[in-house]
Write a protein that binds this ligand. Structure first.
Ligand code: NAP
Length: 268
């Protein structure tokens, strides 16, 4: 079965949110390239999707925290002109306090959540633009705007994802690159066990299923949203937050410090 929609490359597709994206994008008619470390799990996802949809599903075993593996995936993104969608989803978090956390683990988190996402975006975006367009879906988190909620480096890595997505859209949005950043709240996946706390320990009213989260995010994509917050009931709250940010932007650079600091300055 040929596809006119092109191929979607999804990182972290062996479980959770990434596996649901794989299912949904195949059902929409995309062929897939699925990336993760665990071959058994990735093969199982691929087999399930191929038999349900008939789409072509390739698996790419790679540890995106390792330079050599990461560059292998970058090379695929550069050379395969059929790839029309990149879902930057692989990531992990932690629930430990900022200064109580092992700094090497924090560095690995930055390597996956920020560095790998950046390099894969660089590998995909210019080619996509030169081919007339493409889609980047970056999986951030609500901690991008509330880093106090979980581990601080995790929040900072997701703030990076949000800022990079804003800039990417600003620079390439009008050149045909569709950019969406998804900010999920708590979602029922292995993420929580890996981060160090069972998902069952969270107030269940906070926790969304991965199916609902991805379906809402794709509805947001279809509606042309740049930022999608699947759990936020009142989108006007986000709009006012953005309006405040925009209002600030014209006043943040001046030749003189603000009046409130001038008492400390040497007289001119
Ligand atoms: P998950 O079930 O643990 O999935 C994480 C995926 O990333 C797995 O497929 C894992 O596969 C892959 N992965 C982890 N380390 C990797 C590495 N070094 N190289 C390649 N792949 C790697 O958790 P999830 O909730 O679906 O997480 C997906 C994304 O959603 C993450 O970016 C996370 O920060 C974000 N998010 C999650 C929540 C939540 O509450 N669950 C909320 C907001 C945002 P392998 O182990 O096979 O490599």
């Amino acid at each position: 079965m040929s596809t006119t929609l092109g191929t979607a490359l999804i990182t972290g597709a062996s479980s959770g949110i990434g596996a649901v994206y794989a299912d949904r994008l195949a059902r929409r008619g995309h062929d897939l390239i699925l990336v993760a470390r665990n071959r058994q799990k990735l093969d199982a996802v691929a087999e399930r999707i191929t038999s349900a949809t008939g789409r072509s599903v390739e698996v790419l075993i790679a540890d995106l925290g390792q330079g050599e593996d990461l560059r292998r995936v970058e090379a695929v993104l550069r050379s395969n002109a059929d790839i029309s969608v990149l879902v930057n989803n692989a990531g992990f978090g932690a629930v430990t306090g900022l200064v109580d956390s092992d700094v090497d683990a924090m560095e690995s988190m930055i390597a996956l959540n920020a560095t790998a996402l950046t390099r894969l975006t660089y590998a995909f975006a210019p080619g996509a633009v030169s081919r007339g367009g493409g889609t980047v879906i970056n999986i951030g988190s609500i901690v991008a705007v509330v880093p106090e909620l979980l581990n601080g480096v995790y929040g900072a890595s997701k703030a990076f994802v949000l800022a990079l997505s804003q800039s990417l859209r600003h620079e390439l949005g009008e050149k045909g690159l569709r950019v969406q950043v998804v900010l999920p709240g708590a979602t029922a996946t292995d993420f929580w066990e890996i981060a160090g706390t069972p998902v069952e320990s969270l107030p269940q009213g906070w926790v969304m299923s991965a199916d609902d989260m991805v379906d809402a995010a794709l509805a947001g994509l279809d509606a042309g949203e740049f930022v999608t917050l699947p759990a936020l009931p009142d989108i006007e709250m986000w709009d006012s937050y953005q309006a405040a940010r925009q209002a600030l932007s014209g006043s943040l650079s001046n030749s003189r410090p603000a009046e409130r600091y001038r008492h400390t300055l040497a007289p001119r």
